[in-house]
Design a protein around this ligand. Structure first.
Ligand SMILES: NC(=O)c1ccc[n+]([C@@H]2O[C@H](COP(=O)([O-])OP(=O)(O)OC[C@H]3O[C@@H](n4cnc5c(N)ncnc54)[C@H](O)[C@@H]3O)[C@@H](O)[C@H]2O)c1
Length: 271
């Protein structure tokens, strides 16, 4: 895969300490990007930064909650001091949640919305004034196959990922007069990361059982593969980036079947 687009570019990845974010960060470092790595987990963040530097790459690592506006403004300021600008922002930080409408409290909806939608909004607002000055600016937000369809049992997470999608499409529309900036929305299907094990859950939901089921039945794509599809799609400035046959199926069925997609999806899953 040719990631030449990123050579010399200042690329910010939130949630870079683990999973898909980590895989993207390492590849970006190898491709010659000036990486800015953000995560709430200090130790994991340090490991990724060290891996990039040991391979001869550049990394600025900052412990930050991507949903905290003031902290992300500081991260943007430090990025400018260190690298002189920002070209690409990949809003990857997010948190899975198990629980449907009935068992999820309002506080659950708030927390999941903040962890997924809030993280994309605060980080975008911190970096947008700088990215619009780039000759080849990119902003990519991680939604999910759950941002394409709603299947029940995960209403807060699904609502948050649909919100990421709406936010991304609105931002793309607002930037239509700026051909130097492309905005991508990324829809992964199941990816084999630790996301199922660090997920939040509504009271009474068996999170361990849900995580085991996720690993066994849902997670099909390797995180390195997901990282490559995202980085390629973002470099090409694609509006939508689908990852895995499951995401492609969700997208297709939602379009073809319209309001009747749920029955069709369940038929395919059972078959
Ligand atoms: N793994 C999947 O199957 C899958 C499917 C669809 C969408 N996604 C989305 O892809 C993104 C990455 O998922 P992943 O599977 O790599 O997850 P992961 O749990 O493996 O890694 C996420 C990383 O983000 C960090 N993080 C979480 N909240 C943060 C915050 N507020 N600020 C800074 N860092 C934060 C975590 O510490 C962790 O290092 C998420 O937005 C997720 O919702 C994942």
């Amino acid at each position: 895969m040719d990631l030449g687009f990123y050579a010399g570019q200042v690329v910010v990845v939130t949630g870079a300490g683990a999973g898909i974010g980590r895989e993207m960060a390492v590849r970006l470092g190898r491709a010659g990007a000036k990486t800015v790595l953000v995560d709430i987990q200090e130790e994991k963040l340090g490991e990724v930064a060290a891996e990039i530097r040991n391979a001869g790459g550049q990394a600025l690592a900052m412990v930050a909650d991507a949903a905290e506006q003031e902290r992300m403004n500081e991260v943007a300021g430090e990025t400018l001091r260190e690298f002189g600008g920002a070209d690409v922002l990949i809003n990857n930080a997010g948190r899975l949640f198990y629980g449907g409408v009935a068992e999820s409290e309002m506080a659950d909806f708030d927390a999941v919305m903040r962890a997924n939608f809030g993280a994309a909004v605060a980080s975008t607002k911190a970096f947008l004034p700088h990215i619009v000055k780039s000759e080849r600016g990119r902003i990519a937000n991680l939604s999910s196959a759950y941002g394409l369809i709603g299947l029940g049992g995960a209403a807060p997470y699904t609502a948050a990922k649909f919100a990421v999608r709406g936010f991304t499409e609105s931002l793309r529309s607002e930037l239509r007069d700026r051909p130097n900036v492309a905005v991508s929305c990324v829809y992964p299907g199941g990816v084999k990361t630790g996301i199922a094990w660090s997920a939040l859950a509504a009271a009474g939901v068996d999170a361990q059982r849900a995580a085991e089921r996720f690993d066994r039945q849902v997670a099909r794509t390797q995180p390195g593969r997901a990282a490559e599809v995202i980085l390629n799609g973002v470099a090409q400035g694609r509006a939508r980036v689908l990852i895995g046959a499951d995401a492609i199926l969700a997208d297709t069925v939602a379009r073809v079947a319209g309001g009747r997609y749920e029955g069709l999806i369940r038929l395919v899953i059972r078959g």
